[in-house]
Design a protein around this ligand. Structure first.
Ligand SMILES: Cc1cc2nc3c(=O)[nH]c(=O)nc-3n(C[C@H](O)[C@H](O)[C@H](O)COP(=O)(O)OP(=O)(O)OC[C@H]3O[C@@H](n4cnc5c(N)ncnc54)[C@H](O)[C@@H]3O)c2cc1C
Length: 380
């Protein structure tokens, strides 16, 4: 078997790999991307129509500068691909007093000068009569938020990368990665490749290729549902806000779906641990649906209590819920993983960061807080 050579091999071409391919190809590098499926597909973490993007980031203020750049890059991609990939929409955040969702968003907004409008429960009810929040809950509205059309974003990155000469090998599985500084070898079930560097973005499958990541990533099975809207109370559903609610029963997110007739929603908390993503249970059971349908009937007015559509997706959780984005010292490899159920919005900017790390040996983007060095080997 002869070995194919290129500048950079991208392993896993879903949300992040597709973005990395695009930014590498834009810089004139010869790129080969390898994916076990045919992205965009519904087997990993980047499917289900939409992904929320927001800037007053409750998870940590360090993400905000990355989000400014991510938003600009998504807009550039939309313009270049002539597709409506990103849409601005108000975001309603709500939670009990002291909730990390509200306090964290306020902290990010204060430190980065982002507009947030605080609302009482009554004000929420007047402005958004479709939400029924618990008595003691506080709320805030972010206007610098919106959604991304997730599959279209993946396809646009891949199409434009290929238009710049990148090659995409679908239906091919990476089996082994080896090498030394400056020299990477990759074996798949079909071929062997060599390159000066690589990007590994295999999502839920990452630890199968880098066993050391098994201590850092827990994969969770997540379900999401679409519920028909029943009445005109939603006004123009396409004008209704995106929401993220920190409720006693769990954290739930959602948004009016792009068909304008349904609400797409799911629980951010919970989810069973998945040992092997390749044998994931893809059937949706009544026990998957029950907590979400209960949330819908208790908290959202005039939405049918039975979903009309569902999907199964994967979260790759890191120990602290923050991303694992780093360059390995033993191999010339940038690894992006552990996106913990909130990563897609960053694919554009971290794809750019990966390309800069490989081409320039560094990046001006502040990503140090995402390094895996925060987990000493014997602590996790
Ligand atoms: C239900 C749900 C809702 C979410 N909501 C949001 C949201 O609103 N906002 C947000 O920002 N984020 C959200 N996320 C998180 C976000 O979608 C993920 O963090 C992101 O999509 C992860 O992208 P990825 O590239 O790491 O994984 P993937 O897109 O799954 O890509 C990994 C790729 O690697 C390939 N692969 C795996 N193993 C191999 C191998 N051995 N050889 C070759 N190829 C391989 C796979 O086929 C796949 O294409 C959500 C996630 C889920 C599941």
């Amino acid at each position: 078997m002869s070995t194919e050579k290129c500048d950079v091999i991208v392993m896993g071409c879903g949300g992040f790999g597709a973005a990395a391919m695009y930014h590498l190809a834009r810089r004139g590098l010869k790129v080969i991307g390898i994916d076990r499926f045919h992205p965009p597909h519904d087997q990993g973490s980047s499917h289900g129509e939409t992904r929320i993007i927001r800037k007053a980031y409750f998870e940590h203020p360090n993400y905000v500068p990355l989000l400014h750049r991510a938003w600009d890059l998504w807009e550039d991609l939309a313009e270049e691909s002539h597709q409506p990939l990103i849409e601005r929409r108000d975001l309603l955040l709500a939670g009990p007093p002291g909730s990390e969702v509200i306090e964290g968003a306020r902290l990010s907004a204060r430190l980065h000068n982002l507009p947030l409008e605080n609302l009482t429960r009554e004000e929420v009810f007047r402005r958004f009569p479709m939400f029924n929040l618990p008595q003691d809950h506080e709320a805030t509205v972010e206007s610098t938020a919106g959604f991304l059309r997730v599959e279209d974003c993946v396809a646009a990155h891949l199409d434009l990368a290929q238009a710049r000469g990148a090659q995409l090998r679908c239906g091919e599985t990476v089996q082994k990665i080896s090498g030394a500084p400056g020299q990477l070898s990759v074996r798949t079930d079909r071929a062997t490749y060599s390159a000066g560097a690589g990007v590994l973005t295999c999502g839920a499958w990452t630890s199968q290729l880098i066993p050391d990541y098994a201590r850092l990533i827990t994969v969770r099975r997540k379900t999401l549902f679409w519920y028909p809207i029943q009445s005109a109370d939603w006004g123009d559903p396409l004008g209704a806000p995106i929401f993220f609610l920190d409720l006693p029963e769990g954290q739930f997110y959602g948004l009016p779906s792009i068909d304008g007739r349904t609400i797409k929603t799911g629980e951010h908390t919970g989810g069973e641990t998945v040992e092997n993503p390749s044998t994931l249970e893809r059937h949706v059971f009544p026990e998957d649906e029950r907590p979400v349908s209960q949330f819908v009937s208790e908290r959202l007015a005039n939405v049918e209590s039975e979903p009309c559509r569902s999907a199964v997706c994967l979260y790759s959780m890191s120990p602290d819920g923050h991303f694992l984005f780093d360059q390995l010292s033993e191999l010339p490899l940038v690894v992006g993983a552990g996106f913990s159920g909130h990563g897609f919005k960053f694919a554009s900017v971290l794809g750019e960061a990966a390309a800069e790390l490989i081409q320039q040996g560094g990046t001006s983007l502040d990503i140090d807080f995402l390094s895996i060095n925060r987990f000493a080997k014997n602590t996790v």
